[in-house]
Design a protein around this ligand. Structure first.
Ligand code: UDP
Ligand code: MG
Length: 314
């Protein structure tokens, strides 16, 4: 624990950023204001995930205002989860807080995370009580996904939590060792273990701009979550048994004509075989990606880090 040493703890705040020119200035202002009122020491690490708009220029200019601001710039868009991965690797804090750059995760929740951390918890995640300004479709799919994931995986991934969380240095050190392509960070953090707890918070509306998570990226994240932590989809083929049972039941009861049932059964079996093949392919695809062993992301440049703080790039 940080207070075991006699110095003021350093808290790193990591923010992945992608095309946030409409709101990033406000985020910087709110965070600098927050930091100024606190006892702890802070560093603010913005990871630009290949933004195409003025985000980077705004962040570079913000660096002139405060030396607390540090910047990692990717060579292109690698995705939210890899931006988090990189930011956490560059962080040097006794604890690291990950949050969205659109002010949906309010900084005012951080003090209660720090309080639980000081009380001995290694991970304090934000648990969403309300989700303002999100469509019913997003809320419904998110709620379903979190519950599905919980029921089919062997590790405890808390429901209704995103990546807004505080992690102790010992957790961050383990996370930094996990070199997974297509990471599902919140699952990896659950897997690491130690004492974990949550704080409830109301997830705010985006301050500006629109979600950078189109359906395609959301589905990708959901697939990564499931295939990283569960092998259950590989059992899909076992469902083929159902078709056999249906056929048998019909033969015994003799309700509908045999031909009709036969056609239904053949179609059903075919569909299940294709599903099972698709699931198998997904896992093989993940093995292929992992076996190439490429760097997870490419950093174009960094600003504001001390020479000794420059980490390995992968
Ligand atoms: N983001 C990113 N790379 C991406 C997509 C999003 O770094 O490819 C950032 C984005 O700028 C934001 C955070 O990740 O700070 C979460 O994205 P977003 O707010 O769009 O997701 P939502 O809150 O709608 O789920
Ligand atoms: Mg958001």
């Amino acid at each position: 624990m940080a207070q075991a040493t006699n110095r003021t703890p350093l808290i790193s705040i990591v923010l992945p950023v992608f095309n946030e020119e409409a709101g990033i200035q406000e985020t910087v202002d709110v965070l600098l204001h927050y930091v100024a009122a606190r006892q702890e020491r802070y560093e603010l690490i913005f990871v630009d995930d290949g933004s195409q708009d003025k985000t980077v220029q705004i962040l570079r200019a913000a660096r002139q205002r405060s030396a607390l601001i540090k910047l990692v710039e990717f060579s292109r868009n690698f995705g939210h989860q890899l931006a988090i991965t990189a930011g956490v690797r560059y962080a040097t804090g006794d604890a690291v807080v990950v949050m969205d750059a659109d002010l949906q995760d309010p900084p005012s929740v951080i003090p209660s995370m720090i309080a639980k951390w000081r009380a001995g918890y290694a991970v304090v995640y934000g648990k969403r009580r309300h989700r303002d300004g999100e469509t019913w479709f997003k809320k419904f799919t998110a709620a379903t996904f979190y519950r599905l994931l919980e029921s089919i995986t062997s590790i405890q991934i808390p429901v209704d939590t995103g990546d807004f969380r505080l992690m102790d240095r010992k957790v961050v050190d383990v996370l930094d060792q996990m070199n997974e392509p297509d990471p599902f960070v919140r699952g990896m953090v659950s897997w690491i273990g130690f004492k974990q707890t949550g704080v409830l918070y109301d997830r705010k509306e985006r301050y500006a701009g629109s979600s950078k998570y189109p359906l395609r990226k959301m589905l990708g994240l959901a697939m990564n979550g499931i295939t990283s932590f569960s092998r259950l989809p590989l059992m899909l083929g076992a469902l083929g048994l159902i078709s056999v049972l249906v056929l048998l039941a019909n033969l015994i009861l003799g309700t509908v004509t045999g031909t009709t049932w036969l056609i239904i059964t053949v179609a059903l079996t075919g569909a299940l075989i294709l599903l099972a093949l698709g699931a198998t392919g997904t896992y093989i695809g993940r093995m292929f990606t992992a076996s190439r062993d490429r760097p997870l992301y490419i950093v174009a440049q960094t600003e504001g880090f001390k020479q000794s703080q420059r980490h390995q790039q992968t």
